[in-house]
Design a protein around this ligand. Structure first.
Ligand SMILES: Cc1cc2nc3c(=O)[nH]c(=O)nc-3n(C[C@H](O)[C@H](O)[C@H](O)COP(=O)(O)OP(=O)(O)OC[C@H]3O[C@@H](n4cnc5c(N)ncnc54)[C@H](O)[C@@H]3O)c2cc1C
Length: 497
């Protein structure tokens, strides 16, 4: 044990950490270790870094095929962007908001303002009543007349909403939001995780809609003190963050290898060995790798950070971590991005995008990216970029069995229907299709306990850390601070023991 800076720096330089997985979680964790002078090797299975932050090109225009923005809450992503010198690139979305389509017998309409997760504070507000009708509004108002709620009585968001405000609020307002945002049905969503503070506000107000009103008022107070958008992005796309992290990591001496699919993790005393099938195309800067046979390589280090999505992480951790528990169900989703020459979209007929009532369309949601982001509108120079998403929890993407061309055609016809404008195939300039396995949403009932149990079991094992959305929760605002914390825990253990 020493706290002498010179000795600590020397000790750090002797430590080697392998990071498996080059998504945002792995890149952030790797950079944290490299920052203190540790030797870091990051191994990524794909040919490119970034994972769910994926860059695509549509007729040479760089777009986000996966994550396109980040939540500003907590300020964690902003701090990282500042640290990387990217603050100048931060942009905010067009506040116009999205529309809702697919309500039986109701014309497409803007999603009501003044709600939380689709739950309205005032069921009689024009924009709410337009969607749930007078009958739905009166049924929702019963919530104000019924006996007050007690905290924690109903975990399930779906059950809470239907019992207090009725089926129309649930099916027409809340389900499209949870399906679009979490790829999940509200019945399985934990109210307190999805809307922190709502249980307490309901108890104070004596009703669900009253609780929503109180929470909105609290948020408005906070926004007055610290104005700003709830969501931001980067001009040039979120892949700019991936490039900046990778460059910084390399400048700090870290080694990045792509095309490396890590297959096993072996612990021998206080050393870890990873085995992988090397894809020779990805071998830039290979270090200390020893050949086992023609294509299998091993690499040994003092510690390993597993930063892959859940299925690979479980396969690698299984032999080392007790009580990993059952895997979470992870929705398979697809995003088809379309570049369109369609002047009818200049007027942004559905604001920044569209959510669908589940069952009404093959697609789950649509983002009119050039209406949402000014930088992209300028880059597209009069053309339009639309992202159509398919698939949700327990429901395969409608595009899953289609080839790329068929998927683009389906996305085009869904987009025409959702945007309410004719879109002929001749208007389609280019398309890109991306497949993802989304981490189980953190707001599902039981997910928080499950993640804490896995985390605790991992922390029992010396020289091992696990980062990424399956434990941190989905979203950059969750993954980034979590990866920093886990890397910090590992760094301290390596330096002080
Ligand atoms: C379509 C989509 C849209 C999203 N939109 C947003 C958004 O707008 N805002 C937001 O905040 N969040 C969004 N998210 C969530 C966010 O992108 C993720 O939570 C986050 O990027 C996950 O990062 P990660 O490092 O945990 O995992 P990943 O990004 O999944 O990275 C894991 C990496 O590990 C690699 N890997 C896997 N197995 C191995 C192996 N055996 N050996 C080596 N490497 C391996 C993979 O190739 C991958 O690159 C979105 C997610 C998706 C799928």
């Amino acid at each position: 044990m020493t706290d002498d800076p010179v000795e600590l720096a020397a000790r750090a330089a002797e430590r080697h950490v392998i990071v498996v997985g080059g998504g945002i979680g792995g890149l952030v964790a790797a950079r944290e270790c490299a920052k203190v002078g540790m030797k870091v090797t990051l191994l990524e299975a794909a040919g490119v870094l970034g994972g769910a932050v994926r860059r695509a090109e549509l007729d040479s225009i760089v777009v986000d095929a996966g994550a396109e923005s980040y939540a500003t809450r907590g300020g964690h992503v902003r701090d990282l962007l500042a640290d990387l010198g990217l603050t100048d690139r931060v942009v905010t979305p067009n506040p116009a908001g999205a529309w809702l389509v697919g309500v039986p017998g109701v014309a497409p309409a803007p999603l009501p303002k003044g709600g939380i997760l689709g739950i309205p504070s005032n069921p009689f507000a024009d924009d709410v009543r337009r969607i749930i009708g007078w009958g739905g509004a009166w049924r929702a108002y019963v919530d104000r007349l019924r006996p007050p709620l007690t905290i924690g009585k109903e975990h399930s968001l779906g059950k809470l909403v239907s019992s207090r405000m009725g089926d129309k609020v649930l099916r027409r307002l809340v389900t499209p939001v949870t399906a679009g945002v979490y790829s999940a049905h509200p019945d399985g969503v934990d109210t307190e995780v999805a809307a922190p503070g709502l249980n307490e506000a309901m108890t104070r107000a004596g009703s669900l809609s009253g609780g929503v009103a109180q929470l909105l008022a609290d948020r408005a107070d906070r926004a007055k003190k610290a104005p700003g958008s709830a969501v931001e992005a980067l001009a040039g796309g979120m892949s700019v963050l991936v490039d900046a992290l990778a460059n910084d990591l390399t400048e700090l001496g870290g080694v990045v290898r792509t095309g490396i699919d890590v297959q096993t993790l072996v612990r021998d005393g206080d050393r870890w060995t990873v085995t992988f099938q090397a894809d020779t195309a990805g071998e830039d800067g290979a270090d200390a790798a020893e050949d086992v046979d023609d294509s299998t390589e091993t690499l040994t280090a003092d510690a390993v950070i597993v930063a892959t999505a859940e299925p690979s992480a479980r396969a690698l951790l299984d032999a080392h971590v007790d009580a990993l528990g059952a895997p979470g169900a992870a929705p398979e989703i697809e995003i088809v991005s379309l570049l369109l020459d369609a002047p009818a979209l200049d007027a942004a007929p559905r604001g920044t995008g569209v959510l669908t009532v589940p069952g009404s369309h093959a697609a789950k949601a649509l983002t009119h990216a050039t209406a949402k982001w000014a930088w992209l509108r300028e880059t597209a120079a009069g053309r339009h970029i639309v992202r159509v998403s398919f698939g949700a929890q327990g429901e395969p993407a409608a595009t899953a069995r289609l080839d790329d061309e068929e998927a683009a055609r389906l996305a085009l016809s869904e987009a025409a229907d959702m945007l309410g404008v004719p879109l002929a195939e001749s208007m389609l300039v280019d398309s890109h299709r991306a497949r993802f396995t989304q981490a189980q949403p953190a707001s599902l009932i039981g997910a928080a306990e499950r993640r804490l149990a896995v985390r605790a079991a991992v922390q029992e094992v010396d020289g091992l850390a696990v980062v990424g959305a399956w434990l941190a929760g989905t979203g950059l605002a969750q993954v980034i601070p979590d990866a920093k914390n886990e890397a910090d825990r590992l760094r301290r253990a390596l330096l002080w023991t």
